[in-house]
Design a protein. Sequence first.
Length: 344
Amino acid sequence: MTTLGTAIIGLGAISGVHLKALADLELADLKAVVDIDESLARRVAEEYGCDYYTDYKEMLKRDDIQVVHLCTAHYLHSPMAIDALKAGKHVLTEKPMAESMASAQKMLQAAVENPNVQLGVIFQNRYNAPSKRMKQYVESGELGKLICMKGLVTWNRTAAYYETEWKGNWATEGGGVLINQSIHTVDLLQWLGGEISSVKGSISTDSLEGVIEVEDTAHAYIEFKNGATAIFYATNAYGRNSPVEVELVFEQGTLLQRGDSLYLDQGGKLTTLEEPVVNTLGEKSYWGMSHELQIRDYYEHLLAGKPFWIDGPEGFNGFRLVMDIYESSRTGKKIVYSGAEVVL
């Protein structure tokens, strides 16, 4: 098999990135799209030359579909993934993998029980050039020991953004800025920093109090087993969507990321390592430009019969850190890690 039959469930904003990536991917053949809005599903199906459904369970009956992309509301990721895995479909889900720890655990268990198919989790920012370069420096030790890191997300979301029914609610979105907008930065910090020993954090609703029940601002202090530390801050209360900033301080230099640019500071001498890439996503450029890279990588792994590296357990690591920040905020206590990253 040189191509895989594919379907997308959920045709909201993020689905456009998946649709474009699949249209440009010779390894995939888009067979169907699914949305409860029939007029939307029909329009997208006509545009991409495929079938459409309003009931995803009907689509799952098709033998010519091997891969399902989940671009739905957070609370639907887990039940839909479980159904798809049980139907023998590979699943690539958008972040976050679920809206709660319990839902994520059920999803992971379903992947274990259906070993012939693979569960993948979208964390496309790991494929960004600055992210890969920072990972290389961490692993090579070229700049010495990693001492500390910071991650900053200062974006803007108004009340209008939360007019979508499932957003802004704990039961359906699972949280606010932390689980939605800034989970990518949280994931990068834990991916770069290594095993976590503890985290303490807090959340608040500063600009959208009375509009949403979830948080629009969050911060955390993270300690890693290798001795490194990290601070994290995210808010949707800023006046605009500023580029995400990540900083890694080593013994022999500092890496500074702002958006798609990466700089190395050694003794005050600043060297440009990565420059901004061409924006093909328009106003949604803050999503990062690497969905296409991750989707291609996922399909290449499937066709080669190899385990995909951002699988359920790997995707769970960043998700768990988000959940632990929420728990720390709720209890006011530091969350200490025992060592087990995933408990099934």
